[in-house]
Design a protein around this ligand. Structure first.
Ligand code: COA
Length: 332
C-alpha cells in the first residue's frame, strides 16, 4: 500500500493585526497578563464580510502552487472548521465553487481544534485505498466575529485569531518510506460543555429568541482550567501512543507541532514528553489560537523556514472542544 505524502502546503492570515494593546482598549485586560498566561502577542482578524471560505481559498491557492499541480488534479476536498460561513451548507462546497472545481466531493469536518488531524486522517485512508489521488485538506477559521470583546468575555476573547492552512496530499509514488505513518483520533463527548458554543441550537423552537440574545448564549464559553488540564494530559498521551505504534522513541522525532492553544500548554506538553522547546513548534505569539487552522499554518511555516526537511519525522498533536484530541506521525 502506498503511503500518503504531503505534496504542498500553504497558509493565509488576513492582513489586519490586532495586538494585546488593542484589546486593552476594549476590555479590562493587559498585554502583560495575556503574554504571561498564553504567550500571545498579536492575532489577525478579518474585515466584515470575509468568511472561512475566503481564508481557505487563499491558503489552498498557495498549497496548490507549492505542490506544483494544476488545481484540476484535485479530486477531493476536506475542510475542517468550527466557523462555517453558514449554518448550512458546509464550507467545503463553497471552497470547491471558489476554486472552480464543481463536481468533486467536498467534506466538512467539525472537530474544532483537532479538526485538521481528523481531516488528515480521513484523507490518508482515501489515498491509501486508492480512491483519490490528490486531496486538498484545509483548516480555516474566522473566530473574531463571534467573541465577546467586553471584560465579561475576556477569558475567551484574548485567545483566538483568524487564519487558514492547507495541504495537498497524494500517494507516495517513489521507492522510499516517506509519508503518513499513523493517525490516532480520540474524543470524549462527556466534556462538551467545557468548551462550546451552545446557541443557536435547533433544539430550541424557535431557534432564535430575545432571551438567548440577552443572555449572550451565542458566544463560545469554556471552563479554561478544565481545558488546560485535559490538553496538557491528552496531547502527550496521544503522542506517546503514536510513537509506540510506530516503534519510535521521542529521540527519533525531529519536530513536534502541537495545536497552538496556549504557550504554557505547549511547554507542559514538551515537558511531559521530555523534550526541550527546540523540538517543539510554537507560533502562537503571532496568531493566537486559530483552532483547526493552527496545525496547517504551523506546518507550512516549519517547512518554509527549513525547520522541517525531507525525511524528518514530525508529530502533530491537537486537543480541543468535544473534547477531541489526536496525533499524526509523518515522515516528511
Ligand atoms: N485579562 C485579564 N484577566 C483575565 C483575563 C484576561 N484576558 N481572563 C481571565 N482573567 C482573570 C480571571 O477573571 C481571574 O480573575 P479572578 O482571580 O479575579 O477571578 C484571573 O484572571 C485568573 O483566572 P484563571 O482562569 O485562574 O487564569 P488561568 O491562569 O487559568 O488562565 C486561561 C486562564 C484561559 C489563559 C487558561 O485557563 C487557559 O489557557 N486555558 C485553556 C484555554 C484554551 O486553550 N482554550 C482553547 C483550547 S483548544
Amino acid at each position: 500500500m502506498k503511503r500518503t505524502v504531503i505534496l504542498g502546503t500553504g497558509h493565509y492570515v488576513p492582513p489586519k493585526v490586532v495586538t494585546n494593546f488593542d484589546l486593552e482598549k476594549m476590555m479590562d485586560t493587559s498585554n502583560e497578563w495575556i503574554v504571561q498566561r498564553t504567550g500571545i502577542r498579536e492575532r489577525h482578524f478579518v474585515e466584515p464580510g470575509i468568511g472561512s471560505s475566503d481564508l481557505a481559498y487563499e491558503a489552498s491557492i498557495r498549497a496548490i502552487e507549492d505542490a506544483g499541480i494544476d488545481k484540476s488534479e484535485i479530486d477531493f476536498i476536506i475542510l475542517a472548521t468550527l466557523s462555517p460561513d453558514h449554518y448550512f451548507p458546509g464550507v467545503g462546497v463553497i471552497l470547491q465553487a471558489k476554486l472552480g472545481l464543481a463536481g468533486i466531493g467536498a467534506l466538512d469536518v467539525r472537530n474544532q481544534c483537532t479538526g485538521f488531524i481528523y481531516a488528515l486522517s480521513v484523507a490518508d485512508q482515501y489515498i491509501k485505498t486508492g480512491m483519490y489521488k490528490r486531496i486538498l485538506v484545509v483548516g480555516a477559521e474566522v473566530q473574531s466575529s463571534n467573541l465577546n470583546f467586553s471584560t465579561e468575555g475576556r477569558d475567551m476573547a484574548v485567545l483566538f485569531g483568524d487564519g487558514a492552512g492547507a495541504v495537498i496530499v497524494g500517494p507516495n509514488e517513489e521507492d522510499n518510506d516517506r509519508g503518513i505513518l499513523s493517525t490516532h483520533l480520540f474524543a470524549d463527548g462527556r466534556f462538551l460543555k467545557d468548551l462550546w458554543m451552545e446557541k443557536p441550537s435547533p433544539k430550541d423552537n424557535p431557534v432564535f429568541s430575545n432571551k438567548m440574545i440577552e443572555e449572550k448564549r451565542y458566544f463560545p464559553r469554556m471552563d479554561g482550567r478544565s481545558v488546560f488540564k485535559n490538553a496538557t494530559v491528552r496531547m502527550p498521551e496521544a503522542v506517546k501512543i503514536a510513537l509506540k505504534h510506530n516503534n519510535l522513541t521521542i529521540d527519533d522525532v525531529d519536530l513536534i507541532i502541537p495545536h497552538q492553544a496556549n504557550y504554557r500548554i505547549t511547554e507542559l506538553v514538551a515537558r511531559s514528553l521530555g523534550v526541550s522547546m527546540d523540538k517543539v513548534m510554537s507560533n502562537i505569539d503571532k496568531y493566537g489560537n486559530t483552532t483547526a487552522a493552527s496545525i496547517p499554518i504551523a506546518l507550512d511555516e516549519a517547512i518554509k523556514s527549513g525547520r522541517l526537511k525531507k525525511n524528518d519525522i514530525v508529530v502533530l498533536t491537537a486537543f480541543g472542544s468535544g473534547y477531541t484530541w489526536g496525533s499524526a506521525v509523518i515522515k516528511m
